[in-house]
Design a protein around this ligand. Structure first.
Ligand code: IPD
Ligand code: CA
Ligand code: CA
Length: 269
């Protein structure tokens, strides 16, 4: 395995172990709300610190962009680790079994490798640019689902920022119409890993952050899928809007959501 990917795996497993040690005593945790419906616990913070410690020791010059610690630079390196130490915090705090650790490495703006680790199922999703996507030792491919009939889609509800609700629920109504089902499991990173491995045929969500999606984007791309913003562009980190699926289903999903895409969902940089 690529040495940097290997180090990311080590960090993700360490964070996953820490998360699991707290799972039975969630009621003793100190929890604060960063903003409306956006909770953080000491587990999120400790898990991120664990990841940063491991990666910083291995790569002292690399920078970090973590959900809890923000941006930290240590040298002139063009590498940045993008970290969500616990994606699905609300699930974790309720004992609802869908959460993961997500780590990606950016070289300038390009995602070079990504790891998503589900500590409950001990499933490790990895991707290396140009090297494919894997679930443990198995090579991943997105599904060959070509139509909405029979398709299982994933999404996330805009429960924090609700100003785009009309647009979102318009998309939801039209995508749900012919699909076999729509799932909202509560961990965007895990949802993206599930598109890469074919458990979901497609996924869309509004207003995500780079740490929610960086590793998942590469996983889907390396599994043969397409990931774009809501204008079929690559401004995913800038807009936070994401649409991922196999190429044919992506085109169909894009056609369906396009009439609902308002100016506030477009890239205006
Ligand atoms: C959240 C989860 C959720 C998504 C939210 C994210 P967090 O991440 O990925 O599925 O709908 O928008 O913020 O806060 O649990 O790391
Ligand atoms: Ca997250
Ligand atoms: Ca998080």
């Amino acid at each position: 395995m690529d040495p940097m990917l290997n180090m990311a795996v080590r960090a993700a497993r360490a964070a996953g172990d820490l998360i699991m040690r707290y799972l039975d005593r969630v009621d003793t945790l100190h929890i604060t709300a960063k903003s409306r419906n956006d909770f953080v616990s000491e587990v999120d913070k400790q898990a991120e610190q664990e990841i940063v410690n491991i990666l910083h020791k291995a790569y002292p010059q690399h920078g970090f962009l973590g959900e809890e610690g923000g941006r930290q630079g240590f040298g002139k390196s063009e590498y940045t680790w993008v970290i969500d130490p616990l994606d699905g915090t609300t699930n974790f705090l309720h004992g609802f079994p869908a959460f993961c650790v997500s780590i990606a490495l950016l070289h300038r703006d390009r995602i070079e490798c990504g790891v998503i680790y589900d500590p409950l199922r001990q499933e490790l999703f990895t991707a290396k640019r140009g090297g494919g996507a894997m679930l443990d030792n198995r090579r991943l491919r997105v599904t060959k689902q070509l139509v909405f009939e029979g398709a299982l889609l994933g999404t996330g509800f805009p429960f924090k920022e609700q100003s785009n609700n009309d647009a979102y629920f318009g998309m939801f109504r039209d995508l749900m119409k012919d699909a076999a089902g729509v799932r909202r499991a509560g961990s965007a990173a895990l949802d993206l890993a599930y598109v890469a491995c074919g458990r979901l045929d497609g996924f869309w969500e509004i207003g995500l952050m780079p740490w929610d999606i960086a590793a998942g984007i590469l996983l889907i791309q390396e599994a043969g899928g397409i990931v774009t913003d809501f204008e079929e562009g690559d401004k995913l980190f800038e807009t936070g809007n994401i649409l991922g699926a196999n190429p044919k289903l992506h085109a169909l999903m894009y056609e369906t959501i396009a009439p609902h895409v308002t100016d506030s969902l477009r890239f205006n940089g």
